[in-house]
Design a protein around this ligand. Structure first.
Ligand code: SF4
Length: 488
């Protein structure tokens, strides 16, 4: 498994290529300023944060304005076609700063690089260095080793100890993402992530707990644990129930009021995990379990376990164990061969489950994945129709769910002024994940600042957002502002 990712790259892109290329161009870095563009998901953002640390340790300075940077790093995403297009467009756009501005070096990192490592050097000759995710931790050394001989080959697999602490965060000061593992052991036929990120590698529990303590000391109010599959955390370290154990220990630290979990795998939601969520004061009663589909035949083609009955049983079991939990999922519609009947199963499940938040994505053909060439590809307009149909059903359910909050006093984490109006504050209840994926609370009157968790009374509900005002709470009130509150 130690195939080097630099194999197959054109010589100037292999290890040591930066120095050679710069020397050939006769350029030198004077200010050692670096600007980052981070595309894609929160997991990529955490990688960007790690790279920032790596280069700052080597004496480089991160600047927010691209115009001011001698080095530009674009951390790319290859999740779906649009993400790939955006990554390539961004790299091309950045070449302008090399042609017209002060930038001397353009670096591409992230998933796109590992997926297209053979094609990219020819496609994007303007990019000076390409680093796959497993090589990103060496970015500081690569830049520093200017003129030194090429480094020895790097292993493909990511050593968990190489995922460092992150003193620099790109998220607002009051919240952080914590990536607990990298890669994925599943083999869903539509997904390219295992191709670009490899098998799962978990970070050590000690390292994660230290980071939680550090973030707590910094005053972080919400940590979102992320991974391709949180529920498999620790299996590569020989642990069982690794996530539950980790959460129990994070809960004992107790310094961060909201701990959120993003992405559980349907068959891995154990009773112990649900008990930890139920009993915790800090772990938000919120679970995002991407079901992708519920029809047994579609799931089989997706190489995922389960069917409609097992998914219904799972939802029931979760709600029995944690009655006030907020549930979120995502579905793919128009997977190859999806019939009207199979789609109908999905519709009836959505009506039955009444989940709080549902994302629906039309199937996107990903090169290199088994579903790319599957028979029965669904026409684009049909995929759009199915997506709209599902979203229409869910929109009413979302509104119904949010109406049940009206009149309640809920803890709201204030994010800052709302983009909808500077006169209104934007915030989230525990049942809403960060970065706008689940809507926002519009706080119509209140004095709170960004990063504060304040009680708010819900006034009105919309399908995705709610309106509320800040509530003054008597000293002896028992309202809990911790994540253990459901926010529902
Ligand atoms: S579990 Fe998620 S990340 Fe892993 S292969 Fe399936 S879709 Fe991809």
């Amino acid at each position: 498994m130690s195939k080097n990712l630099s194999e197959g790259l054109a010589p100037e892109f292999a290890n040591g290529g930066v120095e050679e290329k710069l020397q050939k161009q006769n350029v030198s870095l004077v200010e050692r300023t670096v600007s980052f563009v981070s595309l894609g998901c929160p997991k990529n953002l955490v990688d960007t944060e790690s790279m920032i640390r790596s280069i700052e340790e080597k004496g480089f300075r991160v600047v927010s304005e691209t115009e001011q940077a001698e080095i530009i790093v674009v951390n790319t995403c290859s999740f779906v076609t649009d993400a790939r297009r955006e990554s390539i467009d961004t790299l091309l756009e950045m070449t302008r700063f090399k042609e017209e501005g002060k930038a001397k070096l353009l670096i591409g990192t992230g998933c796109l690089i590992s997926r297209y490592q053979e094609q990219l050097p020819d496609l994007l000759p303007e990019v000076d260095l390409l680093l796959s995710p497993s090589e990103e931790h060496s970015i500081g050394d690569r830049l520093l080793s200017w003129g030194s001989p090429p480094q020895p080959n790097l292993p493909t697999l990511i050593d968990p100890r190489s995922i460092p602490f992150r003193p620099k965060r790109l998220t607002p000061p009051h919240r952080a993402y914590l990536k607990i593992s990298e890669g994925c052991d599943h083999t869903c036929t539509f997904c390219a992530i295992p191709l670009s990120r490899g098998l799962q590698v978990s970070r050590t529990r000690e390292g994660l707990l230290d980071e939680v303590r550090m973030l707590g000391d910094e005053g972080v109010q919400e940590i979102t644990l992320i991974a391709q599959d949180l529920t498999k955390y620790g299996s590569d370290l020989g642990e069982t129930e690794g996530l539950s154990r980790l959460l129990e220990e994070i809960d004992r630290i107790g310094r961060v009021p909201w701990i959120r979990l993003l992405y559980a795998y349907p068959t891995q939601v154990s009773d112990r995990l649900l008990k930890v969520i139920r009993d915790s004061e800090t772990i938000v009663k919120y679970l995002d379990i991407p079901f992708q589909h519920v029809s047994g035949t579609v799931l089989k083609r997706m190489n995922r376990p389960g069917n409609k009955d097992s998914t219904m049983r799972l939802v029931d079991r979760i709600r029995k164990a944690v009655p006030d939990i907020t549930l979120r999922t995502t579905f793919i519609v128009g997977f190859p061969g999806e019939t009207d009947l199979e789609f109908g199963e999905l519709e009836s499940f959505v009506r039955w489950a009444k989940l709080d938040h549902v994302g629906v994505f039309p199937f996107s053909k990903e090169e290199g994945t088994p579903s790319f060439g599957m028979e029965g590809q669904v026409l684009a307009r049909e995929k759009t129709r199915r997506r709209k149909a599902l979203m229409r059903i869910q929109k009413e359910i979302s509104l119904e769910r949010k109406k049940s909050w009206v009149g309640k006093v809920l803890p709201v984490l204030i994010e800052g002024p709302s983009e909808q109006s500077p006169l209104v504050l934007s915030g989230r209840v525990p049942g809403m994940a960060p970065d706008g994926i689940d809507g926002e609370v519009l706080v119509l009157s209140g004095q709170a600042s960004a990063g504060e968790i304040v009680p708010c009374r819900v006034l009105r509900a919309h399908p995705y957002d709610i309106e509320a005002w800040e509530e003054s709470v008597p000293e002896d009130s028992e309202i809990s502002l911790g994540g253990g509150h459901s926010g529902r």
